[in-house]
Design a protein around this ligand. Structure first.
Ligand SMILES: CC(C)(COP(=O)(O)OP(=O)(O)OC[C@H]1O[C@@H](n2cnc3c(N)ncnc32)[C@H](O)[C@@H]1OP(=O)(O)O)[C@@H](O)C(=O)NCCC(=O)NCCS
Length: 434
């Protein structure tokens, strides 16, 4: 057993009694009430999920294992000369709850190196898909095609005990995660760079190797690490995280679960919003003939969009009630590396005008920008101008958080999900007190 796995086992064994005690001794304690509006309204705010990997405070934003984004970026070890931390060290943090030493981060890097070879048939699957397939459909298919590799399935059929489910799930998770950068970069280079594939460099870290395979120079490696970390997890209730957890709760292996997670992420109200932001900004740019609008002109574009019944992409959030700290971390990166970029200027002007307009408009509960308001802009700056690909980047990041969650779901023996549904008729009867 590796040191990391030993440590994880120790953490799991000391955590289990907490879960058992809560169910046994406090199982009937109420933690909330549910309204009709919540039942009809997408279960918004219903407290019915558990995760210890991240927590989303509506005002403060996300904390990963108790650490804010600035703390994560400051405390985790970084590759020599880099601005942003190793993704490997971040995986260690999400799995164990501890900030790793450089050596501990390297242990995960070594694990990834051992497991990163993508089976040839995955490329065959990708090559067999229609040339105009969406990159998310390609990504999901590539992941699903590897299902036959699952260690969990083999162990399950050989009769492994429930307490040990986490172990082959951990193996599957690291095996899959290690391969995602190469699959993502392959989809990009195949689809948008004439199939000019750049082989991986075994000496590079997760983010550095991804930047290398994308064929983009520094500081894109720093951006990749930042991007994957920022997009990794946002509690359990968002569509991608929840889908991953739900599918895995049926004891489907992580290939099924992460492929499904990617499908959920592909929706325009979720991961696709980053491309919508860029499309919208470029539409405004086109109308302005490339000139940067002043605030009054920008306000008019925002109102025109709202009055035509559309949402302002990149603004609003189901839980957050302030500027998303993931937006702020990316804005800091832009201020350092692309302060004079014209699209970034647009993003900055929008930040000045949209919150007041959305507040006046009076619908959105959160008028502040979310993660997607910044992310496409940076990718565009570094030459990734194919919007459709942006959500694949999000997917690589999100897989990190969801896989760590699934390992812990299995470790703590969380059961299959099965909420209860009612009919409209029943709700009407409950409402009228009958
Ligand atoms: C993120 C989002 C899907 C959250 O949805 P939500 O939890 O239903 O948000 P709210 O409860 O604040 O929505 C209440 C109303 O405000 C509207 N609203 C929310 N964000 C809005 C925005 N950015 N622009 C205009 N209207 C918005 C909603 O459409 C809804 O209108 P309705 O009552 O007519 O259906 C929503 O804010 C949105 O569509 N934002 C734009 C897309 C985006 O950036 N997605 C990425 C999310 S990370």
């Amino acid at each position: 057993m590796t040191k990391l796995k030993e440590k994880l086992l120790e953490k799991i064994e000391s955590w289990r009694p907490r879960t058992t005690k809560l169910i046994k001794e406090q199982g009937d304690t109420k933690i909330g009430d549910i309204t009709i509006a919540q039942t009809i309204g997408g279960m918004r705010g219903v407290k019915c999920l558990i995760t210890d990997i991240s927590y989303l405070d509506p005002i403060e934003g996300i904390r990963f294992r108790g650490y804010t984004i600035p703390e994560v970026l400051e405390k985790l070890p970084k590759p020599p000369g880099a601005e942003t931390p190793y993704v490997e060290g971040f995986v260690y943090l999400l799995l164990t709850g501890d900030i790793p030493t450089e050596n501990e981060a390297n242990e995960i890097a070594d694990e990834f190196k051992k497991r990163k070879e993508v089976p040839k048939y995955v490329f065959d699957v990708l090559n067999a898909l229609p040339a105009d397939s969406h990159p998310m459909a390609m990504f999901s298919s590539a992941i699903l095609s590897m299902q036959k590799e699952s260690e969990f399935v083999k162990s399950y059929h050989s009769g492994i005990g429930k307490m040990d489910y986490w172990n082959p799930t951990y193996e599957d998770s690291l095996n899959l995660l290690a391969k995602l950068p190469e699959i993502g970069a392959y989809i990009y280079r195949k689809k948008y760079r004439n199939n000019d594939i750049i082989p991986p460099d075994p000496n590079l870290d997760f983010g550095g190797n991804f930047a290398h395979m994308m064929g983009i120079d520094k500081p894109y490696d720093d951006l990749s690490r930042l991007y994957f970390i920022l997009h990794s997890d946002h509690e359990s209730g968002n569509v991608s995280a929840h889908t991953g957890h739900l599918v895995a709760s049926a004891l489907s292996d992580v290939y099924y679960a992460i492929s499904a997670m990617i499908n959920g992420l592909a929706g325009p109200l979720h991961g696709l919003a980053n491309e919508m932001v860029l499309r919208w900004i470029q539409e405004v740019m086109g109308k302005m003939g490339g000139k940067t609008p002043n605030k009054e002109e920008m306000k008019k574009f925002v109102w025109d969009t709202l009055n035509s019944g559309q949402v302002i992409p990149g603004y609003g959030h189901a839980v957050l009630r302030k500027t998303d700290p993931r937006y702020e971390a990316q804005r800091d990166f832009c201020l350092k590396h692309l302060p004079d970029d014209p699209i970034f200027e647009y993003v900055s002007i929008l930040y000045d005008v949209v919150p007041d307009i959305l507040a006046e408009h009076g619908k959105a509960k959160n008028p502040w920008p979310n993660v997607d308001a910044q992310s496409g802009v940076i990718q565009w700056y570094y030459g990734i101008k194919e919007y459709d690909f942006y959500t694949v980047l999000f997917g690589i990041g999100r897989a990190i958080g969801v896989l760590c969650n699934i390992i812990w779901d299995r470790a703590l023996g969380y059961p299959i999900e099965r909420p209860k549904s009612l009919t409209t008729d029943m709700l009407e009867k409950i409402a009228s007190g009958k």
